[in-house]
Design a protein around this ligand. Structure first.
Ligand SMILES: Cc1cc2nc3c(=O)[nH]c(=O)nc-3n(C[C@H](O)[C@H](O)[C@H](O)COP(=O)(O)O)c2cc1C
Length: 170
């Protein structure tokens, strides 16, 4: 795979996917966005930055039943089989690879305090899956979206910031 950076994304309605595309645009040309269902468990040679993004479900990373819950609430079918949690459970990521995590969650005060990004970051650290460099939340205004205005611009800037702080990316 001819890429320096990989963005692996899980998304039920497309909001997290849109953030992933914006993050990738901020990272630059040598970046590939892959749906978590198509992402290889072993990070390919040559990749030095892996960004993991998913929606916050029930205060954490999604599970099969919460993804099915999203479909029951109107999300398109076909994205429920596998999420970030499952990918992280099987992943092989070299310790020299930089890893960043992000999520989307509902902007509603502090009612929903959990974060899939923080849960994914904990999993990365617990299982020694690379070197965690950043974790960020992005906001939707309701369960199905849309993204809060300005979030795609913020995502793009965060992608550029990742390149600046990543010790590995060329
Ligand atoms: C089953 C389920 C549980 C959810 N739980 C939370 C939650 O705990 N906190 C939160 O902020 N948003 C929660 N949400 C809203 C999701 O974060 C929102 O649907 C997601 O950001 C949309 O991104 P997507 O279009 O990429 O799926 C939940 C959504 C579903 C379907």
């Amino acid at each position: 795979m001819n890429t320096n950076a990989l963005v692996i994304v899980e998304s039920m309605w497309g909001n997290t996917r849109a953030v992933a595309e914006a993050v990738a645009a901020g990272i630059g040309a040598e970046c590939t966005v892959l749906d978590v269902q198509d992402a290889p468990s072993t990070v390919p040679d040559g990749v030095s930055l892996v960004v993991l993004g998913g929606p916050t479900h029930a205060l954490s990373m999604s599970r099969q039943r919460t993804r099915e819950g999203a479909v029951e609430q109107g999300a398109p079918a076909g994205h429920s089989a596998r999420g970030l949690r499952e990918w992280l459970g099987e992943a092989a990521v070299g310790e020299a690879i930089d890893v960043a995590t992000f999520d989307t969650k509902v902007l509603k005060g502090r009612r929903f305090a959990g974060s899939a990004a923080k849960a994914a970051a904990k999993s990365v650290q617990r299982h020694d899956l690379g070197h965690l460099v950043a974790t960020e939340d992005f906001y939707v205004s309701g369960t199905a979206g849309p993204l809060v205005p300005g979030e795609l611009e913020r995502a793009r800037e965060w992608g550029s910031h990742l390149v600046e702080i990543s010790s590995t990316i060329a």
